[in-house]
Design a protein around this ligand. Sequence first.
Ligand code: SAM
Length: 392
Amino acid sequence: MNLDVANTIRVSCAPALAEYLAKEIEALGYSATGQYDTGVDLTGTLGDAMRLNLYLRTAMNVLYFLREFPCSTVEDLYREVGFIDWEHWLDPDGYLSVVSRVDTPSVNNETFANKKVKDAIVDRIQDKAGRRPNSGPGRDRFVVNLFWFKDRCWLYFNTSGAKLSNRGYRKIPHSAPMVETLAAGVLMAAGYDGRMPLVNPMCGSGTLAIEAALMATGRPPGLLRSNYGFMHALGFDDQAWQVIRREARKVRAESPPGRIIASDIDPQAVDAARRNAATAGVDQLIEFHVCDFADTPLPEETGMVMLNPEYGERLGKMSELEVTYKRIGDFFKQRCPGWTGYVFTGNMELAKKVGLRASRRIPFFNARIECRLLKYELYPGTRRRVVETPSH
Ligand SMILES: C[S@@+](CC[C@H](N)C(=O)[O-])C[C@H]1O[C@@H](n2cnc3c(N)ncnc32)[C@H](O)[C@@H]1O
């Protein structure tokens, strides 16, 4: 594995996160050369790929380009994949997984495409080394990604291995947790700067609060993980990796983090959130409370209050949720004047029950569910008017 060969790197992400991912990539000093629905391209070396794996908050996988070729049949696929010098990439005693995205009349089955790529790789290594690597679905070691669109294929070495959304801190999931990379994107979309107070009632397993704490301290989220795909490539340079990690450990935000308050009505959720925050090393930065969302303590200094209520797809009954959403509107009006309110939901009918006009509706996807981050400007005058009206 040569760390210094510059090539195309495709950083993949969930739909609707590419805008935030591109900003992150630029902020790290790279130039995005392309932006797509679910990814951003740049030029970089494998050393850069290691760095990107450590620092990016909204990325799913960091893919290092290997080869592009015309391909109309599975025979073409097998032959073309076999042209790559896999014996220089993968140990014959290693373990290989293949992940495919296929949109071609030539095959209707990603599993079949995976198998053909896997056969081509292990057959070539068998020819050259006399032994063949094991293979299977576990994406925790050497991973190859295939994109097959119409009559063209692209092959990438997946330097992340397991998805980067799997940061490693969520040991206790609780119910309907938000994906870590989505939570980071939601905070970026809201303009969270790490200095303003952030209040997160209905925190569940704590993903939003933990991602906020990681952002507020400037800590690269990848430091929490000890296993990456690039570690399983032949010639992996552990010394170079340790240098990149040491640099990342020194990164600190320029100013101290603002207050982060997280609450949930369910004591088990708060316990899970607290333990997950401890695993992420940010528990001392988050103030936890067990209470109804409307009783969450708010600091004097205003900031953002962000809720991710259930929205009926996976949890909760509609009529109960209607009451909850209406109560969120009351909470915003009565307790949060001067704050900026956010509701992340996948159900726009329920969102209407908040009863306030959203100033922005930012689209996201939670798995395949289309969601919105709704922004509410809660002007300071609102409460005063409500309180003063009876005396006139
Ligand atoms: C969709 S989950 C939040 C998931 C969270 N974003 C995460 O990443 O784990 C909604 C949470 O709202 C909490 N909840 C429901 N009703 C509540 C209420 N009245 N007050 C406070 N929390 C409530 C539930 O216990 C649940 O943990």
